[in-house]
Design a protein around this ligand. Structure first.
Ligand code: NI
Length: 168
C-alpha cells in the first residue's frame, strides 16, 4: 500500500496463449501460494495488466459456502445481481497485518477470459463474490481500506482477534 503501481487503472490483455502471459500467471501463482492468499491481481506484483487469479478450498468464515475453484480471470466484467450488500472481513497481501470490515455486492455475474482466450461467465454470491470484487478492485487502483466505512472495524490482526480470515 502506497506504491503508485497499485493505484493505476490496469491495461487490458490483448494477446492470449503467449509465453509472457504464462510466465505472469506462474509468478502470480507462486506469490499467492507463498503468501497463503485466496487471490492475487497482477498490479500487486507490479504488472499493469487486467489479470487476477483466485481460489480457495475452504473458508472458516463461510463454512456452508462451496470452495472457490482455482480461476484465472482476464479482462473481467462485473455486474451486480440485485442491490443487496453484505459486509465481511477482508485482508490483502498488499496491506499486510491489517483487516477491515468491507461492504460488497452480495450477488453478481462476472465474465472474462481464461489464459487461452476462452470467454466464460459465472453467477456467484457470498465469499466467492467478495473475493472477485476484491481482486478486480486491484485492477482499478482500489484497495479495500478505501471501501471501509466503519473505521472502528479496521486494524491490526493481533488487536482485532478475529476468527480465520484469509488474505485476498
Ligand atoms: Ni488484495
Amino acid at each position: 500500500m502506497g506504491d503508485p503501481r497499485l493505484l493505476r487503472i490496469a491495461q487490458p490483455v490483448k494477446e492470449f496463449g503467449t509465453t509472457q502471459l504464462a510466465e505472469l500467471l506462474s509468478d502470480m501463482r507462486d506469490t499467492m501460494a507463498h503468501l497463503d492468499g485466496a487471490g492475487l491481481a497482477a498490479p500487486q506484483i507490479g504488472v499493469d495488466l487486467r489479470v487476477v487469479i483466485f481460489g480457495c478450498q475452504s473458508n472458516p468464515r463461510y463454512p456452508d459456502a462451496p470452495p472457490i475453484p482455482e480461476t484465472v480471470l482476464i479482462n473481467p466484467e462485473l455486474t451486480p445481481f440485485g442491490d443487496e450488500e453484505e459486509e465481511g472481513w477482508e485482508g490483502c497481501l498488499s496491506v499486510p497485518g491489517l483487516r477491515g470490515w468491507v461492504p460488497r455486492w452480495k450477488r453478481l455475474y462476472y465474465a472474462g477470459f481464461d489464459e487461452t482466450g476462452r470467454r466464460f461467465e459465472r453467477r456467484v454470491e457470498g465469499f466467492h463474490a467478495r473475493v472477485v470484487q476484491h481482486e478486480c478492485d486491484h485492477l482499478d487502483g482500489v484497495l479495500y481500506p478505501m471501501r471501509v466505512r466503519d473505521f472502528t472495524r479496521f486494524g491490526f490482526v493481533e488487536a482485532l482477534n478475529l476468527p480465520g480470515v484469509v488474505e485476498e
